[in-house]
Write a protein that binds this ligand. Structure first.
Ligand SMILES: [Zn+2]
Length: 78
């Protein structure tokens, strides 16, 4: 790999984290409404069950970035 700016082969490829998305599975408007409905129907019992079902997953998005060690030029690698 060579730098497009200066032509140097002294290029370092790094993995850069561009975003980390945390989301709770099954959460949404309908889920919240349904959950409250169940809580009311079961007289609060559902709170005990509902807690166990929530699961948070984190998704990381990475991209490869090449950095020229000679001139500092940066570009994306696919
Ligand atoms: Zn360069």
């Amino acid at each position: 790999m060579t730098c497009s700016k200066c032509g140097s082969e002294n290029v370092l490829v790094q993995l850069v984290q561009i975003s980390a998305k945390s989301r709770t599975k099954g959460k949404g408007c309908l889920y919240t409404l349904g959950r409250w409905f169940l809580i009311v129907c079961t007289g609060g019992l559902w709170l005990l069950f509902g807690k166990k079902k929530t699961k948070t997953t984190t998704k990381f998005k990475n991209k490869k970035v090449a950095i020229c060690q000679s001139c500092g030029n940066q570009w994306d690698v696919y």
